[in-house]
Design a protein around this ligand. Structure first.
Ligand SMILES: C[S@@+](CC[C@H](N)C(=O)[O-])C[C@H]1O[C@@H](n2cnc3c(N)ncnc32)[C@H](O)[C@@H]1O
Length: 347
Protein backbone atom coordinates (compact mmCIF):
# COMPACT_ATOMS: atom_id res chain seq x y z
CA UNK A 1 0.00 0.00 0.00
CA UNK A 2 1.43 3.37 -1.00
CA UNK A 3 1.82 6.30 1.37
CA UNK A 4 -0.98 8.26 -0.36
CA UNK A 5 -3.47 5.43 0.12
CA UNK A 6 -2.35 5.04 3.71
CA UNK A 7 -2.96 8.73 4.38
CA UNK A 8 -6.39 8.61 2.76
CA UNK A 9 -7.36 5.66 4.97
CA UNK A 10 -5.99 7.32 8.09
CA UNK A 11 -7.72 10.61 7.20
CA UNK A 12 -11.01 8.75 6.95
CA UNK A 13 -10.48 7.16 10.36
CA UNK A 14 -9.43 10.44 12.00
CA UNK A 15 -12.54 12.04 10.53
CA UNK A 16 -14.60 9.50 12.48
CA UNK A 17 -12.74 10.47 15.66
CA UNK A 18 -13.34 14.16 14.85
CA UNK A 19 -17.03 13.45 14.01
CA UNK A 20 -16.72 15.05 10.60
CA UNK A 21 -20.19 15.64 9.19
CA UNK A 22 -21.63 15.57 12.71
CA UNK A 23 -20.14 18.86 13.89
CA UNK A 24 -23.38 19.77 15.69
CA UNK A 25 -23.01 16.67 17.89
CA UNK A 26 -19.32 17.33 18.58
CA UNK A 27 -20.04 20.95 19.45
CA UNK A 28 -22.57 19.87 22.07
CA UNK A 29 -20.23 17.20 23.49
CA UNK A 30 -17.45 19.79 23.79
CA UNK A 31 -19.67 22.02 25.93
CA UNK A 32 -18.43 19.83 28.77
CA UNK A 33 -14.88 21.10 29.10
CA UNK A 34 -13.11 18.07 30.55
CA UNK A 35 -10.74 16.01 28.38
CA UNK A 36 -8.19 13.23 28.62
CA UNK A 37 -4.88 14.67 27.36
CA UNK A 38 -3.03 12.47 24.88
CA UNK A 39 0.07 12.26 22.67
CA UNK A 40 -0.25 12.04 18.84
CA UNK A 41 0.19 8.24 18.81
CA UNK A 42 -2.62 7.66 21.31
CA UNK A 43 -5.46 7.91 18.76
CA UNK A 44 -3.93 4.99 16.87
CA UNK A 45 -5.40 2.57 19.36
CA UNK A 46 -8.71 4.33 18.83
CA UNK A 47 -8.22 4.00 15.07
CA UNK A 48 -7.85 0.25 15.72
CA UNK A 49 -10.84 0.22 18.05
CA UNK A 50 -12.95 2.12 15.52
CA UNK A 51 -12.88 -0.86 13.15
CA UNK A 52 -14.21 -3.31 15.73
CA UNK A 53 -17.79 -2.53 16.90
CA UNK A 54 -19.41 -2.70 13.48
CA UNK A 55 -17.62 -5.91 12.53
CA UNK A 56 -18.29 -7.42 15.92
CA UNK A 57 -21.98 -6.51 16.02
CA UNK A 58 -22.63 -7.55 12.44
CA UNK A 59 -21.08 -10.97 13.04
CA UNK A 60 -22.85 -11.44 16.37
CA UNK A 61 -26.11 -10.44 14.71
CA UNK A 62 -25.59 -12.68 11.70
CA UNK A 63 -24.15 -15.75 13.38
CA UNK A 64 -25.37 -15.76 16.98
CA UNK A 65 -28.46 -13.64 17.57
CA UNK A 66 -30.51 -15.62 15.06
CA UNK A 67 -29.45 -18.87 16.72
CA UNK A 68 -29.76 -17.81 20.36
CA UNK A 69 -32.80 -15.58 20.62
CA UNK A 70 -32.04 -14.69 24.25
CA UNK A 71 -28.44 -13.71 23.59
CA UNK A 72 -27.40 -10.43 25.25
CA UNK A 73 -24.50 -8.45 23.84
CA UNK A 74 -22.31 -6.32 26.12
CA UNK A 75 -19.57 -3.74 25.75
CA UNK A 76 -17.28 -3.29 28.74
CA UNK A 77 -14.83 -0.35 28.82
CA UNK A 78 -12.81 -0.54 32.04
CA UNK A 79 -10.62 2.56 31.55
CA UNK A 80 -13.18 4.67 29.76
CA UNK A 81 -11.95 8.24 30.35
CA UNK A 82 -14.09 11.35 29.89
CA UNK A 83 -15.49 10.56 26.43
CA UNK A 84 -13.40 13.20 24.63
CA UNK A 85 -9.62 13.37 24.19
CA UNK A 86 -7.31 16.27 23.38
CA UNK A 87 -3.92 16.21 21.69
CA UNK A 88 -2.23 19.58 22.20
CA UNK A 89 -4.15 22.27 20.35
CA UNK A 90 -5.92 19.96 17.93
CA UNK A 91 -9.72 19.86 18.11
CA UNK A 92 -11.25 17.27 20.48
CA UNK A 93 -11.49 13.62 19.42
CA UNK A 94 -13.95 10.96 20.47
CA UNK A 95 -12.74 8.84 23.37
CA UNK A 96 -13.35 5.09 23.47
CA UNK A 97 -16.93 5.09 24.91
CA UNK A 98 -18.36 7.60 22.45
CA UNK A 99 -16.37 6.18 19.54
CA UNK A 100 -17.73 2.68 20.18
CA UNK A 101 -21.28 4.04 20.39
CA UNK A 102 -20.82 5.99 17.16
CA UNK A 103 -19.43 2.93 15.34
CA UNK A 104 -22.13 0.65 16.80
CA UNK A 105 -24.74 3.06 15.45
CA UNK A 106 -23.57 2.12 11.93
CA UNK A 107 -23.92 -1.65 12.60
CA UNK A 108 -26.82 -4.02 11.96
CA UNK A 109 -27.13 -4.91 15.65
CA UNK A 110 -26.71 -2.94 18.88
CA UNK A 111 -25.16 -3.59 22.26
CA UNK A 112 -27.84 -4.57 24.75
CA UNK A 113 -25.87 -3.00 27.55
CA UNK A 114 -22.61 -1.06 28.02
CA UNK A 115 -20.45 -0.60 31.11
CA UNK A 116 -18.13 2.42 31.28
CA UNK A 117 -15.67 2.47 34.18
CA UNK A 118 -13.13 5.08 35.27
CA UNK A 119 -11.63 5.79 38.68
CA UNK A 120 -11.65 9.57 38.16
CA UNK A 121 -14.93 11.23 39.28
CA UNK A 122 -14.07 14.24 37.10
CA UNK A 123 -13.92 12.02 34.00
CA UNK A 124 -17.00 9.93 34.81
CA UNK A 125 -19.04 13.10 35.54
CA UNK A 126 -18.01 14.47 32.14
CA UNK A 127 -18.77 11.14 30.49
CA UNK A 128 -22.23 10.94 32.09
CA UNK A 129 -23.07 14.42 30.82
CA UNK A 130 -21.80 13.59 27.35
CA UNK A 131 -23.81 10.37 27.18
CA UNK A 132 -26.93 12.29 28.14
CA UNK A 133 -26.22 14.85 25.43
CA UNK A 134 -25.58 12.10 22.88
CA UNK A 135 -28.84 10.30 23.67
CA UNK A 136 -30.77 13.49 22.85
CA UNK A 137 -29.82 13.04 19.20
CA UNK A 138 -32.24 10.72 17.37
CA UNK A 139 -29.42 8.70 15.82
CA UNK A 140 -27.98 7.82 19.22
CA UNK A 141 -31.21 7.57 21.21
CA UNK A 142 -30.85 3.75 21.27
CA UNK A 143 -28.32 4.10 24.11
CA UNK A 144 -31.00 5.29 26.55
CA UNK A 145 -31.25 2.87 29.52
CA UNK A 146 -28.55 0.72 27.97
CA UNK A 147 -25.48 1.90 29.87
CA UNK A 148 -23.99 2.36 33.29
CA UNK A 149 -21.11 4.71 34.17
CA UNK A 150 -19.18 3.42 37.17
CA UNK A 151 -16.75 5.57 39.16
CA UNK A 152 -14.48 2.92 40.59
CA UNK A 153 -11.15 1.25 40.37
CA UNK A 154 -11.35 -1.03 37.31
CA UNK A 155 -10.33 -4.00 39.45
CA UNK A 156 -13.31 -3.64 41.77
CA UNK A 157 -15.65 -2.86 38.88
CA UNK A 158 -14.46 -5.90 36.89
CA UNK A 159 -15.30 -8.09 39.84
CA UNK A 160 -18.81 -6.65 40.12
CA UNK A 161 -19.47 -6.70 36.40
CA UNK A 162 -18.38 -10.33 36.02
CA UNK A 163 -20.62 -11.29 38.97
CA UNK A 164 -23.54 -9.44 37.38
CA UNK A 165 -22.93 -11.09 34.01
CA UNK A 166 -22.61 -14.54 35.58
CA UNK A 167 -26.37 -14.42 36.06
CA UNK A 168 -26.96 -14.09 32.32
CA UNK A 169 -26.93 -17.40 30.53
CA UNK A 170 -26.51 -16.41 26.87
CA UNK A 171 -24.12 -13.53 26.40
CA UNK A 172 -21.32 -12.25 24.24
CA UNK A 173 -19.01 -9.42 25.29
CA UNK A 174 -16.64 -7.00 23.64
CA UNK A 175 -14.19 -5.81 26.30
CA UNK A 176 -11.76 -2.87 25.98
CA UNK A 177 -9.01 -2.63 28.60
CA UNK A 178 -6.93 0.51 28.22
CA UNK A 179 -4.85 1.29 31.33
CA UNK A 180 -1.92 3.72 31.49
CA UNK A 181 0.46 1.01 32.60
CA UNK A 182 -0.12 -1.90 35.02
CA UNK A 183 -3.25 -0.82 36.88
CA UNK A 184 -5.23 -3.92 35.92
CA UNK A 185 -4.51 -6.96 38.05
CA UNK A 186 -4.15 -10.39 36.52
CA UNK A 187 -6.84 -11.93 38.75
CA UNK A 188 -9.33 -9.49 37.22
CA UNK A 189 -8.03 -9.86 33.69
CA UNK A 190 -8.74 -13.58 34.08
CA UNK A 191 -12.36 -12.78 34.96
CA UNK A 192 -12.74 -10.64 31.84
CA UNK A 193 -11.08 -13.28 29.66
CA UNK A 194 -13.48 -15.87 31.03
CA UNK A 195 -16.40 -13.95 29.53
CA UNK A 196 -17.48 -15.34 26.19
CA UNK A 197 -16.50 -12.98 23.38
CA UNK A 198 -13.61 -10.76 22.31
CA UNK A 199 -11.27 -8.31 23.99
CA UNK A 200 -8.89 -5.55 22.98
CA UNK A 201 -6.17 -4.86 25.54
CA UNK A 202 -3.56 -2.10 25.54
CA UNK A 203 -0.22 -3.41 26.78
CA UNK A 204 2.47 -0.86 27.63
CA UNK A 205 5.20 -3.48 27.32
CA UNK A 206 8.04 -0.98 26.74
CA UNK A 207 7.25 1.03 29.86
CA UNK A 208 6.81 -2.10 31.97
CA UNK A 209 10.07 -3.71 30.77
CA UNK A 210 11.92 -0.44 31.51
CA UNK A 211 10.60 -0.40 35.08
CA UNK A 212 11.63 -4.03 35.57
CA UNK A 213 15.11 -3.13 34.27
CA UNK A 214 15.21 -0.28 36.80
CA UNK A 215 14.12 -2.68 39.54
CA UNK A 216 16.99 -5.04 38.74
CA UNK A 217 19.54 -2.18 38.67
CA UNK A 218 18.46 -0.07 41.62
CA UNK A 219 15.26 -1.49 43.13
CA UNK A 220 11.77 0.03 43.23
CA UNK A 221 9.38 1.08 45.99
CA UNK A 222 7.53 -1.76 47.70
CA UNK A 223 4.19 -0.42 46.40
CA UNK A 224 5.45 -0.57 42.81
CA UNK A 225 6.85 -4.09 43.30
CA UNK A 226 3.44 -5.22 44.58
CA UNK A 227 1.72 -3.57 41.60
CA UNK A 228 3.94 -5.47 39.15
CA UNK A 229 3.33 -8.73 41.04
CA UNK A 230 -0.43 -8.23 40.82
CA UNK A 231 -0.26 -7.16 37.18
CA UNK A 232 1.41 -10.41 36.09
CA UNK A 233 -0.02 -12.61 38.82
CA UNK A 234 3.51 -14.05 39.13
CA UNK A 235 5.92 -13.85 42.04
CA UNK A 236 8.88 -11.47 41.81
CA UNK A 237 11.36 -14.28 41.09
CA UNK A 238 9.46 -14.91 37.84
CA UNK A 239 8.59 -11.40 36.60
CA UNK A 240 12.10 -10.07 37.28
CA UNK A 241 13.11 -11.96 34.12
CA UNK A 242 10.71 -9.92 31.93
CA UNK A 243 13.18 -7.10 31.36
CA UNK A 244 12.60 -6.68 27.63
CA UNK A 245 9.49 -5.59 25.83
CA UNK A 246 9.17 -8.90 23.98
CA UNK A 247 9.47 -10.90 27.21
CA UNK A 248 6.70 -8.79 28.79
CA UNK A 249 4.51 -9.21 25.74
CA UNK A 250 5.12 -12.95 25.40
CA UNK A 251 4.50 -13.62 29.11
CA UNK A 252 1.23 -11.67 28.97
CA UNK A 253 0.08 -13.36 25.77
CA UNK A 254 0.92 -16.80 27.17
CA UNK A 255 -1.48 -16.16 30.04
CA UNK A 256 -4.20 -14.90 27.68
CA UNK A 257 -3.84 -18.06 25.58
CA UNK A 258 -5.08 -20.10 28.54
CA UNK A 259 -8.47 -18.44 28.04
CA UNK A 260 -8.72 -17.49 24.40
CA UNK A 261 -8.20 -19.49 21.25
CA UNK A 262 -7.03 -16.56 19.12
CA UNK A 263 -4.53 -13.84 20.07
CA UNK A 264 -3.03 -11.24 17.74
CA UNK A 265 -0.74 -8.40 18.84
CA UNK A 266 -0.61 -5.11 16.98
CA UNK A 267 2.32 -2.69 17.40
CA UNK A 268 1.49 1.01 17.75
CA UNK A 269 4.49 3.27 17.20
CA UNK A 270 5.17 6.95 17.74
CA UNK A 271 7.25 7.36 14.55
CA UNK A 272 9.39 5.51 12.07
CA UNK A 273 12.27 5.28 14.51
CA UNK A 274 10.05 3.38 17.00
CA UNK A 275 11.09 5.83 19.79
CA UNK A 276 8.04 4.79 21.68
CA UNK A 277 5.65 1.97 21.10
CA UNK A 278 2.97 -0.07 22.78
CA UNK A 279 0.88 -3.09 21.86
CA UNK A 280 -2.79 -3.67 21.29
CA UNK A 281 -3.70 -7.26 21.92
CA UNK A 282 -6.79 -8.53 20.17
CA UNK A 283 -8.18 -11.77 21.46
CA UNK A 284 -11.17 -13.95 20.65
CA UNK A 285 -12.65 -17.04 22.28
CA UNK A 286 -12.60 -19.16 19.13
CA UNK A 287 -9.34 -20.42 17.69
CA UNK A 288 -10.51 -19.61 14.20
CA UNK A 289 -12.81 -16.60 14.60
CA UNK A 290 -14.87 -15.52 11.59
CA UNK A 291 -12.93 -12.28 11.42
CA UNK A 292 -9.39 -13.72 11.55
CA UNK A 293 -8.45 -12.42 8.07
CA UNK A 294 -9.90 -9.09 8.89
CA UNK A 295 -7.91 -8.75 12.14
CA UNK A 296 -4.75 -9.68 10.25
CA UNK A 297 -5.45 -6.84 7.80
CA UNK A 298 -6.19 -4.52 10.69
CA UNK A 299 -2.75 -5.39 12.10
CA UNK A 300 -1.07 -4.50 8.79
CA UNK A 301 -2.98 -1.22 8.66
CA UNK A 302 -2.44 -0.01 12.21
CA UNK A 303 1.23 -1.04 12.11
CA UNK A 304 1.68 1.03 8.95
CA UNK A 305 0.48 4.18 10.73
CA UNK A 306 2.45 6.14 13.31
CA UNK A 307 2.07 9.05 15.71
CA UNK A 308 4.05 11.22 13.27
CA UNK A 309 1.60 10.34 10.52
CA UNK A 310 -1.37 11.18 12.74
CA UNK A 311 0.15 14.57 13.51
CA UNK A 312 0.76 15.17 9.83
CA UNK A 313 -2.83 14.25 8.90
CA UNK A 314 -4.24 16.55 11.59
CA UNK A 315 -2.01 19.41 10.45
CA UNK A 316 -3.11 18.89 6.87
CA UNK A 317 -6.79 18.75 7.84
CA UNK A 318 -6.33 22.03 9.70
CA UNK A 319 -4.54 23.56 6.72
CA UNK A 320 -1.13 23.80 8.42
CA UNK A 321 0.62 21.33 6.08
CA UNK A 322 -0.80 21.18 2.62
CA UNK A 323 1.31 18.89 0.51
CA UNK A 324 1.57 15.14 0.83
CA UNK A 325 5.31 15.59 0.32
CA UNK A 326 5.49 17.35 3.70
CA UNK A 327 4.95 13.98 5.26
CA UNK A 328 7.63 12.56 7.54
CA UNK A 329 9.35 9.61 5.87
CA UNK A 330 6.92 6.70 6.00
CA UNK A 331 7.54 3.10 5.10
CA UNK A 332 5.39 1.26 2.59
CA UNK A 333 3.06 -1.31 4.02
CA UNK A 334 3.90 -4.97 3.56
CA UNK A 335 1.36 -7.74 3.73
CA UNK A 336 -2.01 -8.59 2.34
CA UNK A 337 -3.83 -5.30 2.11
CA UNK A 338 -5.20 -5.71 -1.37
CA UNK A 339 -8.62 -5.61 0.08
CA UNK A 340 -8.92 -2.30 1.86
CA UNK A 341 -9.98 -2.43 5.49
CA UNK A 342 -12.60 0.11 4.59
CA UNK A 343 -14.00 -2.48 2.15
CA UNK A 344 -14.08 -5.04 4.96
CA UNK A 345 -15.73 -2.57 7.25
CA UNK A 346 -18.43 -1.81 4.73
CA UNK A 347 -19.47 -5.46 4.56
C1 LIG B 1 -5.36 5.76 28.69
S1 LIG B 1 -6.70 6.51 29.49
C2 LIG B 1 -8.06 5.75 28.68
C3 LIG B 1 -8.80 6.60 27.73
C4 LIG B 1 -9.91 5.97 26.95
N1 LIG B 1 -9.89 4.52 26.95
C5 LIG B 1 -9.83 6.45 25.53
O1 LIG B 1 -9.12 5.82 24.73
O2 LIG B 1 -10.49 7.43 25.19
C6 LIG B 1 -6.75 5.71 31.01
C7 LIG B 1 -7.93 6.07 31.89
O3 LIG B 1 -7.92 5.17 32.99
C8 LIG B 1 -8.30 5.87 34.17
N2 LIG B 1 -7.73 5.08 35.27
C9 LIG B 1 -6.47 5.08 35.76
N3 LIG B 1 -6.34 4.15 36.72
C10 LIG B 1 -7.54 3.53 36.84
C11 LIG B 1 -8.04 2.46 37.63
N4 LIG B 1 -7.27 1.84 38.52
N5 LIG B 1 -9.32 2.09 37.47
C12 LIG B 1 -10.12 2.70 36.56
N6 LIG B 1 -9.71 3.73 35.78
C13 LIG B 1 -8.43 4.12 35.92
C14 LIG B 1 -7.76 7.26 34.00
O4 LIG B 1 -8.54 8.19 34.76
C15 LIG B 1 -7.90 7.48 32.48
O5 LIG B 1 -9.09 8.13 32.16
Amino acid sequence: MGVKKKITDLDRRLEILLMKGKEDVMERLAEVEVYNEFKPWTPLKLVGLSYLPKQYLNIVQRQLKDKYRNLKVFYIDLFAGSGLNKIGNFPPLLGSPLLVIDCATQANGRFDYMYFVDSSPEYTDALKKRLEILSEFEEYSWIENRYKVITKDANKAADEISEELDKIKYKNCLVFIDPYKWEFKMENLRKMLNLYGDALITLQATLIAKEIGKYIRQGLREKTVNEITEFFGYRENIWRNFNTESKVKNAYIDIIKNYKGYVEDIVVRSGNNFNFKYFMIFTSKRKDPPWKNWIESLKVYVESFSGDLVEHCFNRMLGKEKRLTDIPHEKKTKGNTQKSLEDFNNQ
